[in-house]
Design a protein around this ligand. Structure first.
Ligand code: F6R
Length: 612
């Protein structure tokens, strides 16, 4: 949600900031803006729409500067328009501010400022914060840094902010609480960004700012203090991210690139962990906690959206292999209940971005109740990865398409490894099945590759259903969460209404929707529920529904019964979602492209949901 980039050093700031904003556009893309300081003083340029609209706005303007900051917005307070776009000037235009997050008590602060005669040009909470900081600065007589700290002590909510001041063209002040902010440390230059993607081109040395910390970059020096003015020594990490990982690499969209990356990303999420030949499985991040996981009385899995679907897959696998009861909760619901956490319970938080506000809040709640929290995150250094006691990274590489694809399969892979490790330690899994599953896991990348080869056929099917108004997705057992995921993918990028159900639930209501205009995607692989799913398909066909079935290769029965089949290779039941989800991702992608949708940046969405 909202992307932040800032730079101070010896380079041209504006092109660098614009390029960085394009890398962060997945976080929000309803308006964008930059602030610069040069001989004209502090200037702000901003525009409704994507970063390209801002680029047009900048044509012919004097934008030469070696300090600048930019923002790409996902609207919270106030509709997307030029006025609400960031950066915002302060009341006397001494400052400009960009912000990611929500200032919950902005209305009270605004009232106090209105009483002092302030006026506002936008509806945003951010402008209120900028004016508040300037007001303290002007009235306190102290430094700007002190004013920032004092203002933030009064603020309720979440923020990552960057401030530039008219009076000091060498200075950037940044602070965070609950929203990510990374500092890139170069040679006599500094970068600030919501994640490392705009920075890696210039430096691999980064500092992850912590909550309640304020970073002051001034005269080429960086200092970090806490809100109560204690100096901290920031730790410089080396980021491993390579530039090609965040570029499209010849694909039309990031989403398609990420779907096609899955053989590699699944292999990466197992790399160094699974050694089938030796019959070993190591999860370094869980080593000290594996006993606790194996002995746990209950596992509660929390996540949102696609990550929640990965949790549902994990529920089946943990219960089946490790015989540990599992509950899967939406993080947003968990955090507002009074959940019962007993001794011996483990909470697993799943998040691609590692920044989802609901998941983060749910973790804090579970922690306060004494739970041990494991994280399954993709982004190293993210807030959730740092808030958990232990965990395993998914190593899928940066996921830039807003719709999650390779992150899902990597999450399911890592959760499967966790379940296998727990079951092996607990003794609920025979050595032979353990070894068989490790071997089968190693074969998954090749099987996903095989599904990807059917892309053209899936494209043809997509063409036929491009103008459908609704879709139903059905699956049973481990393929039920896959049905949910398929429906979510379709609705978020094509804007076609789609619902996923356990196949047998259809007759309890949704069957009323079935007629010749209703496409029904059924995951009907030859697993233990195959016969039952075939009966469900017959129920759909009897009502003239049009069935697209995902079937196991060599199935001779279903092709004669349904309208279209997509074959996938035979896999062990437990590992099926890793393969069966892939055709559904492709189907959604092609339908969305044929409908002319912006698949990488679908309307109203953003990748990293850092507001509740
Ligand atoms: C769907 C999608 C979202 C995310 C959800 C959680 O394609 O991307 O549903 O899965 O917002 O995000 P993370 O996993 O970053 O916590």
């Amino acid at each position: 949600m909202c992307g932040i980039v800032a730079y101070v050093g010896h380079r041209e700031a504006c092109p660098l900031v614009i390029k960085g904003l394009k890398r962060l556009e997945y976080r929000g893309y309803d308006s964008a803006g930059v602030a610069l300081i040069n001989q004209h003083g502090l200037s702000v340029f901003k525009k409704k729409g994507k970063v390209v609209a801002l680029e047009h706005e900048l044509i012919g303007k004097d934008i030469q500067a070696t300090i600048g900051m930019g923002h790409t917005r996902w609207a919270t307070h106030g509709e997307p328009n030029d006025a609400n776009a960031h950066p915002h000037y302060s009341f006397h235009r001494k400052l400009a501010i960009i912000h990611n997050g929500i200032i919950e008590n902005y209305a009270a602060i605004k009232q106090a400022l209105l009483k002092k005669g302030h006026t506002f040009t936008s509806e945003t909470d951010t402008e209120v914060l900028g004016q508040f900081i300037e007001d303290i600065w002007e009235n306190n007589g102290g430094s700007l840094e002190e004013a920032v700290r004092l203002a933030l002590q009064e603020v309720v909510g979440a923020y990552a902010i960057v401030i530039m001041s008219q009076t000091d063209p060498t200075q950037l002040i940044a602070a965070r609480k609950g929203s990510p902010l990374v500092i890139g440390v170069g040679d006599n230059e500094f970068f600030l960004a919501s994640d490392a993607t705009p920075i890696v081109e210039y430096t691999k040395d980064v500092i992850y700012l912590n909550d309640y910390e304020v970073a002051v970059i001034k005269d080429g020096q960086l200092s970090v203090v806490t809100l109560d003015n204690t100096t901290t020594t920031p730790y410089v990490h080396k980021v491993e991210l390579e530039l090609e990982a965040i570029e499209k690499g010849g694909f039309d969209h990031f989403m398609l690139k990420e779907i096609f990356e899955q053989p590699r990303s699944i292999a990466d999420s197992m790399r160094g962990r699974v050694k089938a030949e030796e019959g070993t499985l190591q999860l370094g991040g869980l080593r000290d906690y594996l006993d606790k996981l194996a002995k746990s009385k209950r596992i509660v899995i929390i996540g949102c959206g696609t990550s929640w679907h990965a949790g549902l897959v994990a529920e089946y696998i943990f219960e089946e292999l490790a015989r540990i009861p599992v509950e899967v909760e939406y993080a947003s619901e968990f955090r507002y209940r009074n959940p019962i956490i007993k001794e011996g319970d483990i909470v697993i938080a799943i998040s691609q971005s590692g920044e989802t506000a609901d998941t983060l809040a749910a973790i804090e709640l579970a922690k306060s109740k004494g739970a041990i929290i494991f994280g399954v995150c993709n982004v190293v250094g993210s807030s959730i990865a740092r808030a958990t006691h232990a965990g395993a990274f998914t190593h899928a590489g940066p996921e830039i398409g807003v719709a999650s694809t390779k992150a899902f399969t990597a999450q399911v892979t890592v959760l499967t490894l966790m379940a296998l490790a727990a079951a092996h330690r607990k003794g609920t899994l025979s050595e032979s099945l353990f070894r068989q599953l490790l071997t089968e896991l190693e074969s998954i990348p090749a099987k996903v590759e095989q599904v990807l080869q059917a892309a053209d056929k899936i494209k043809e099917i997509a063409y036929i259903f491009t103008y459908a108004r609704n879709f139903i997705y059905l699956g049973r057992g481990l393929n039920f969460p896959v049905a949910l995921e398929g429906a979510l993918k379709l609705k978020e990028i094509s804007y076609i209404h789609a619902e996923g159900y356990p196949a047998a639930e259809m007759k309890h209501g949704p069957i009323a929707l079935i007629d010749e205009d209703m496409p029904v995607v059924v995951i009907a692989t030859q697993d233990s529920s195959y016969e039952k799913v075939v009966s469900n398909i017959q129920e759909v066909k009897a009502r003239k529904g049009r069935v697209i079935a995902v079937v196991t290769e060599g199935d001779t029965h279903l092709p004669g019964m349904v309208d279209f089949t997509i074959e996938i290779p035979r896999v062990h039941d437990i590992l099926m979602p890793l393969v069966s989800v892939v055709p559904l991702q492709l189907l959604s992608y092609y339908i969305a492209v044929m409908r002319g949708r912006n698949v990488d940046q679908p309307r109203n969405l953003a990748k990293s949901v850092t507001v509740e």
